[in-house]
Design a protein around this ligand. Structure first.
Ligand code: NAD
Length: 382
């Protein structure tokens, strides 16, 4: 079995799908690994480290992309002068990566037509058995941490309370909206820096986790009904609910120095929780980091491409934050991928058990067809 790791095409992507340690673990089980030259440079892993771990270094992307199994971070894309990466994949090959199943219908169609068996890490079931393969969780952990660091850098104040001969510095007040994986890591990081933290989520079940991290869970006196689905994800609420939520959050926003928003509902645009008028009511110099930026944002003033200052408030889009911490992000992602590979090929060669919840759950295309029903409906409707 040959596993290929190409260099990521997007120049803003610094992660790599396999780090040298992960290569070593695969090679140790008899799997051959071929990596494109310089694939790990952005994350701090030189070719020499891959060579030492037992990988073969290839200068030609085509030779890597034509492997039996191809591991990527970002979806395949256009390579200047070389054509689209999908065209270099072999029919029958296995591709694993973040493939944006809900917003890249054309790519999904191309993968199916090419006869590729594609697994989208976004589709990995959120079940206990798949926890070590859950790249959404590992990357959200990094994004939550990074969001707080970005906020701390942009805020004209410090996070901790200090009592000094030059006076007392009051602690920064941080509000985290959405206490899922990223939100909980943001709470923990802001607490470590000494901020006073409060958090809100439509799922009351997370109150205990929020409090165990030393933050206060905000009660908004809103009827959330059945707040979560069987998978533990938030259910979409009505537009009237969101209107009332915005109203109830208004005062807390105005009292916060930093607001970190992470509220997402799978497969939908992110709920709009901060209108422009609420930004206007915030103190000058306050900071919002919007981790929902790639799903149209929780804040009306968010620009997914750049930091903006609106009404004196700095609004930072949390787009692709794991790429800002590429070494740890690649290590964690590589661990998710190698565990998944072991699941697909327990004896060293791929045996697809289509009855298995993890294999079938993460599968996007197989034998020329789109096999995920929800994505199939989206692609057919596009
Ligand atoms: P997510 O990224 O889809 O959403 C982030 C958070 O936003 C969620 O906590 C959600 O409840 C919250 N949210 C949605 N709408 C909101 C609103 N209007 N106001 C405030 N908050 C809102 O979720 P996630 O972080 O990927 O995971 C959510 C949950 O899924 C976890 O807490 C857990 O219960 C479950 N999960 C299970 C596993 C596992 O068992 N393997 C792994 C990861 C997550």
């Amino acid at each position: 079995m040959i596993v290929g790791v190409p260099k990521e095409v997007d120049p803003r992507e610094r992660r790599v799908a396999l780090v040298p340690d992960a290569v070593g673990a695969l090679v140790g089980t008899g799997i051959e690994v071929v990596v494109e030259a310089d694939c790990g440079l952005g994350a701090g892993f030189p070719d020499s480290a891959y060579e030492e771990a037992g990988a073969r270094i290839e200068a030609s992307a085509d030779h890597v992309l034509s492997s039996e199994i191809v591991l990527k971070v970002q979806p395949p894309g256009e390579r200047p002068g070389l054509g689209h990466e999908v065209d270099a994949l072999r029919s029958g090959a296995v591709l694993v990566g973040f493939l944006r199943p809900y917003d890249a219908p054309e790519l999904t169609r191309q993968l199916a037509e090419r006869g590729v068996t594609a697994f989208a890490m976004e589709l990995m079931p959120r079940i206990t058995r798949a926890q070590s393969m859950d790249a959404l969780s590992s990357m959200s952990t990094i994004a939550g941490y990074r969001a707080v660091i970005l906020a701390a850098m942009a805020l004209p104040k410090m996070f901790p309370m200090l009592v000094t001969a030059a006076g007392t510095v009051s602690p920064a007040r941080v509000l985290v909206i959405g206490a899922g994986v990223a939100g909980l890591q943001a709470i923990a990081t802001a607490r470590r820096l000494g901020a006073v933290v409060e958090a809100y989520d439509t799922r009351p079940a997370v109150a205990e986790q929020v409090e165990s991290l030393g933050a206060r869970f905000v009660e908004l006196d809103l009827d959330t009904g059945e707040a979560e689905d069987a998978g533990g994800y938030a259910k979409a609420q009505t537009e009237e609910f969101y209107r009332r939520q915005r109203e109830a959050l208004g005062k807390r926003l105005a009292n916060s120095d930093v607001v970190i928003t992470t509220a997402l509902v799978p497969g939908q645009r992110a709920p709009l929780l901060i209108e422009e008028s609420a930004v206007e009511a915030m103190r000058t110099g306050s900071v919002i980091v919007d981790l929902a930026a790639e799903q149209q944002g929780n804040c009306a003033c968010t620009d997914p491409e750049r930091t903006v200052v609106a009404h004196g408030v700095t609004i930072i889009p949390g787009s692709n934050l794991p790429s800002d911490i590429p070494a740890n992000a690649s290590e964690m992602y590589a661990k998710n991928l190698t565990t998944f590979l072991k699941h697909l090929a327990p004896e060293g060669s791929i045996v697809l058990d289509l009855e298995d919840e993890i294999t079938s759950g993460a599968m996007l295309t197989h034998e020329g067809a789109i096999v995920n029903d929800r994505v199939k409906a989206l692609v057919e409707g596009a």
